[in-house]
Design a protein around this ligand. Sequence first.
Ligand SMILES: [Zn+2]
Length: 176
Amino acid sequence: MPRPEHFKVWTWVSWSGNRHSIFNSKVGAQYQPPEHKGDMPRIVEGGQLYTGSCHCGAVTVALSCRPLKESSVEGVVVCNCHICQRNAYVWLFPKAENMVLSGSKADIGRYAFSEGLTSKSFCRTCGVGMTFLMNQPVEDRDLAASESSCRAYREVNTSHPVNARVLHGVDVRKPR
Ligand SMILES: [Zn+2]
């Protein structure tokens, strides 16, 4: 993943935070992460398959990428833009063919961003933010968008970024 030109507005995730629970007792039944039953992505050679989901399971993902302990050096980012900060996204940037977002059209919400060039996908039922979608650029709209939006689009338009927080078994503070 090449570093975007506007990299200065992003910061790397710090893996050094201590973890502690604010609850001392169990709350409700143990949560079972919903299974991914959709298509599988194109497999990265020597890679690992990760699956993930929103909370309710209406939307799931499957990702093939190098084991995350390796890929952490090449592109796990926290973006400090207005929406990413609010949703605490932690992004991985796989190529689009190595990532599958699965769910019905009715289940997958799209919040258009960057003047319509991109969208954040989310589950319409439980609200969990899932991925970062590239919208098909319409030439006129592309030209009408600001230079920063167009640049951001061009930098990531062959990828399908996924919110690492939705991946099962992945501790975003310390990929392994
Ligand atoms: Zn959901």
